[in-house]
Structure formats: C-alpha cells, structure tokens
Design a protein around this ligand. Structure first.
Ligand SMILES: O=C(O)CCC(=O)C(=O)O
Length: 255
C-alpha cells in the first residue's frame, strides 16, 4: 500500500503515525513465540564477538536481537512499514539499531530525549522527506494509562525553542495510552520522546527498530554478525548492510 496523503500530512505536522491494528492477532502470536525464546538468550555468548559493544546495549531483555534470532529480520522490511520508511528515508534506507525492549512493572521511566536535532522544516525539503532517523515500534502488548506508556511532543521535530526536559510531564505531550497489541508507531527521531513509569502489573513489550538514510552507520554495538547477514533474506541483508562507520548525525541544517 502506498503512503496516503493523510499519512504524509500527519507525519509532517505531528512527526509520528500510530498505525492501529497493523499486525493481526495471529501475527502478534507468532512474534510472541519468537520473543519468548529470545528472552532466554545468553547475552555474553551473543556478544562474545564484541564485548565492548555491549556497553551501548540496554538488554531489556535483548539488544541486537536480530543476531540472537535472524527471524527478527522480519521487522526490517515488514510489508506495512517498508513503504513509510521509503517515503521518509528513501527506498535505500538502512538499519541503525534493533532492540527487543521491555518496560517492566516498577520501571521508573526514562527521560525526555531525541535522537537527532530538530529541523526548521521538520525534515521536508522541496516536498520530500529528508529525515535522518526514523524509529519503528512494533507494539506487542496492550498499553493503557500508567503502563509505562510511550510519549512524544508532537511537532517537536521542528521546534525552534528548547524546553526543560527534566520533568515527567511537558505541556504539549501526547501519551500513547490506548495502544493495542498489533499497533505500530512510526516516529521522526527528532521528536522529543520518552517512556513513562510503569505503575501497572504488566510488562510492556515492544520490538524497536531504528532506521536511517542510505549512508547511516549503525549505532555503536549494533553491527550485525556475518552469520546473521547470511541467514536473513536478500532485502533484509541490504537494509542491514550499512557503511562501516558507526552512527554520525548528518548535517542537514543547511539543507
Ligand atoms: O518506549 C520507551 O519506553 C522509550 C523508548 C525510547 O525512548 C527510544 O527508543 O528512544
């Protein structure tokens, strides 16, 4: 399905899309089986090739999860997501990092942050998106209020002023507190965003993949293993085949 004018408009003005019901229940059930297996990964064995890189990993519960199980390559060219990535990053987009990411009961919350600088046009130049970094959340559990929900400041990818980010609540925030398993959230990493405290009894489970433009390097600690590259599909291999350097933010401010 091509990206609709409505989606293009919404991603431009908000900096995110919430695709509800994008993965049917049987698909989520299959991924949940993969996740249950991945949770048991021995992290020191997985990272024996790059123990130094482990210091960049959250491992909540598994970072570089595609190296633990190449079936997770599915999340790099998922048919629902790929057209959006092509629109926002260019058809020859690349992977930056990948994490199976859980927010456990009692989690204190993160801190507001962004992955790249805002851009005065919101990363649209001459009618084309030029986003340097776009993140995809494959939501594998329902998330309600107080469930460690994700939050963003819509429009902050073009913010002209700074804001004190040392607060849990910011005036213009949007909380993703009505998420159902199977939803997908796609956002411009220049949006100010955060994960809130989990006051519920339930773990919030998300598969997170971060993407960049063709010249994007991987985030430190996320260079895929040769064995992984040999195991995924040719298209996934292409997406996982970055330039050799680690991630450096491109200077798009002059664009
Ligand atoms: O979903 C969350 O709890 C926060 C994730 C996040 O901030 C990120 O992936 O950059």
């Amino acid at each position: 399905m091509p990206v609709s004018d409505d989606d293009r408009f919404a991603f431009d003005v908000q900096g995110y899309l919430h695709l509800r019901g994008a993965m049917p229940p049987d698909e989520v059930a299959e991924y949940t089986r993969w996740m249950d297996e991945a949770e048991k990964t021995d992290l020191s064995t997985l990272n024996a090739d790059n123990l130094e890189g482990m210091k960049y990993h959250l491992n909540r519960p598994v970072s570089r999860v595609v190296d633990a199980d190449p079936r997770f390559g599915r999340f790099f060219d998922h048919p629902v997501v790929e057209p959006y990535l092509a629109e926002f990053l260019g058809a020859d987009f690349r992977h930056i990092d990948n994490d199976l990411y859980y927010t456990y009961p009692g989690y204190a919350g993160g801190g507001w942050h962004r992955g790249v600088r805002p851009h005065p046009t919101g990363h649209v130049v001459h009618g084309q998106f030029t986003c340097p970094m776009v993140k995809v959340f494959y939501c594998m559990t329902d998330v309600g209020e107080g469930g460690g929900e994700f939050e963003v400041i819509p429009g902050s990818h073009r913010a002209q002023f700074s804001v004190d980010m040392n607060r849990l609540d910011l005036l213009a925030q949007h909380l993703f507190n009505d998420v159902r398993a199977g939803d997908i959230i796609i956002f411009n990493e220049a949006l100010i965003h955060n994960g809130r405290p989990n006051r519920s009894q339930k773990t919030r489970k998300t598969m997170i993949v971060n993407f960049g433009r063709n010249d994007a390097g991987v985030w430190a600690g996320y260079k895929p293993k040769e064995k992984t590259l040999a195991s995924v599909t040719p298209r996934q291999r292409e997406i996982l085949s970055n330039t050799d350097r680690v991630w450096v933010e491109p200077d798009l401010l002059g664009v």
